[in-house]
Design a protein around this ligand. Structure first.
Ligand SMILES: CC(C)(COP(=O)(O)OP(=O)(O)OC[C@H]1O[C@@H](n2cnc3c(N)ncnc32)[C@H](O)[C@@H]1OP(=O)(O)O)[C@@H](O)C(=O)NCCC(=O)NCCS
Length: 424
């Protein structure tokens, strides 16, 4: 496919320096980011809600000719990894470069600076959601969880006999939404690999502002035998003319177990005046087809990348996750952006040991690796989204011992699909 016509680049003849922006510069940074995404700036009423989502001291900018030309920020969170550990993570967001300054290395400078900053803070992982898939691989990010878009017919055949019915469901008033959901999400988020905690600023910008502006966001909480154990947030769009031609768009749904999943979806599908219910970036293993009387009432309309994960501290990240039973593998990891991660790792059910030898350092490593990959391709297996053998078969990992992919599959195996469920 042809690339876009080349635009002559007006060279930047000053060093690209990345600065930490002050609180007074955040609104300009937000406006720049919004413009880069073709969005309008925050209104005066909206800005105080958005401002809370900027964690202090974590927003960077590059100035060119005295004007802000690029920005990136992050907020601190924790990510659940296989085995249940929750690792300190930089959640990278609001990345943008002014349209007349792109392709001169501003993003590259900010990404390098931001990863060094995360490492200095002791953050083991960095995570982001990518506007385009071509941007972040070069900085060591890889797709570590995916989600599916589903459309479920609300007037379909209904629930399969014998499927769990779930418990009770209650609607929340707008003024109780953020407090109730934040507490519930804290209890639910880290139950599966890929889950992340949400700081107050996330709730402020994602729900608080919209509820204050009287947007028609609806929220229900599910209660099972042990109390509240799930919630759903949805909006309604008219999908046709006349009453009853509506689509409920689920933007947030977290549940402790299959009973709570069933209870919430059953409630949504039972709402009056609906044609269908759509969910976006749902877990790949959410068992909707197994709950419905006619599995074809649930159509998967897309599968997309969700978590782009970066192992900032490879040794700590590998050491923190659990491994299945198998003989050890020796994995050589390459990391062009954070070279101290490059090395040979012995991975076994008893833990991870870093062996001497840097595969990027010139000197041969002893012993020889069984498998070899870039740090971005390691992310793809880290939470369990992809198996080492499929990554080896497709060239993401290189194989030096033909038996090693099977052993690595057993070591990295997880129950269920990784999933985060938090967009930012
Ligand atoms: C994506 C964006 C931040 C890139 O900034 P940038 O300063 O142009 O990036 P850089 O100049 O550092 O590019 C580094 C490399 O990535 C490539 N690249 C960067 N963005 C790219 C894109 N969107 N598509 C294809 N390649 C891209 C560059 O060509 C360059 O490659 P090279 O090293 O081989 O020359 C900028 O284009 C932007 O603001 N886009 C719109 C907003 C957006 O999508 N933000 C990200 C939100 S997740």
């Amino acid at each position: 496919m042809a690339e876009n016509p080349a635009v002559p680049l007006d060279p930047i003849d000053e060093p690209i320096d990345v600065a930490t922006l002050t609180a007074n510069e955040l609104r300009a940074a937000h406006t720049l980011f919004g413009r880069a995404l073709h969005r309008r700036p925050a209104t005066d009423d909206g800005w105080p809600w958005t401002e809370r989502a900027y964690a202090p001291g974590r927003t960077f900018g590059v100035h060119v000719d005295g004007a802000l030309a690029g920005t990136a920020t992050s907020f601190p969170t924790r990510t659940a990894v296989p085995g249940g550990a929750a690792l300190p993570t930089a959640a990278v967001t609001r990345v943008g470069v002014r349209a007349d300054r792109t392709r001169r290395g501003l993003l590259s400078a900010m990404m390098r600076h931001q990863l060094a900053d995360a490492a200095a803070r002791g953050e083991v992982l960095a995570t982001l959601r990518a506007s385009e898939t071509r941007i972040y691989g070069r900085f060591g990010y890889g797709v570590a969880s995916r989600g599916r878009t589903v459309r479920v017919r609300a007037r379909g055949a209904g629930w399969r006999a014998g499927a769990p019915a779930g418990g009770t469901v209650r609607l929340l008033d707008p003024d109780e939404v953020v407090g109730t959901l934040a507490a519930l999400h804290d209890r639910l988020a880290l139950r599966r690999p890929g889950g992340m905690t949400r700081p107050d600023g996330w709730w402020s910008v994602q729900l608080g502002r919209r509820l204050a502006e009287r947007e028609h966001v609806q929220v229900a909480v599910h209660s099972g035998a042990d109390g509240d154990d799930g919630f759903a947030v949805w909006t309604i769009t008219e999908s046709g003319t006349g009453f009853g031609q509506n689509t409920a768009r689920v933007e947030d749904l977290h549940a402790a177990d299959t009973g709570a999943v069933a209870g919430l979806w059953r409630f949504l599908l039972g709402l009056d005046l609906l044609v269908d219910v759509e969910g976006w970036l749902r877990p790949l293993d959410e068992p909707l087809e197994l709950l419905l009387a006619d599995p074809r009432d649930c159509a998967t309309t897309a599968v997309a990348d969700e978590t782009w994960l970066r192992l900032v501290d490879v040794a700590a990240a590998l050491d923190a996750r659990a491994y299945g039973a198998a003989d050890p593998v020796l994995l050589a990891v390459h990391d062009a952006v954070l070279p101290s991660n490059g090395g040979l790792y012995r991975i076994s059910p008893d833990g991870v040991a870093r062996l001497d030898g840097d595969p990027d350092g010139g000197a041969p490593s002893h012993p020889e690796p069984h498998l070899e990959c870039d740090v971005a391709a390691l992310s793809m297996a880290y939470l369990g989204d992809r198996t080492p053998s499929e990554l080896a078969a497709t060239g993401w990992w290189r194989v030096h011992d033909a038996a090693a992919p099977d052993r690595a599959d057993a070591l990295f195996r997880t129950a269920g699909s990784p999933w985060c469920g938090t967009f930012f």
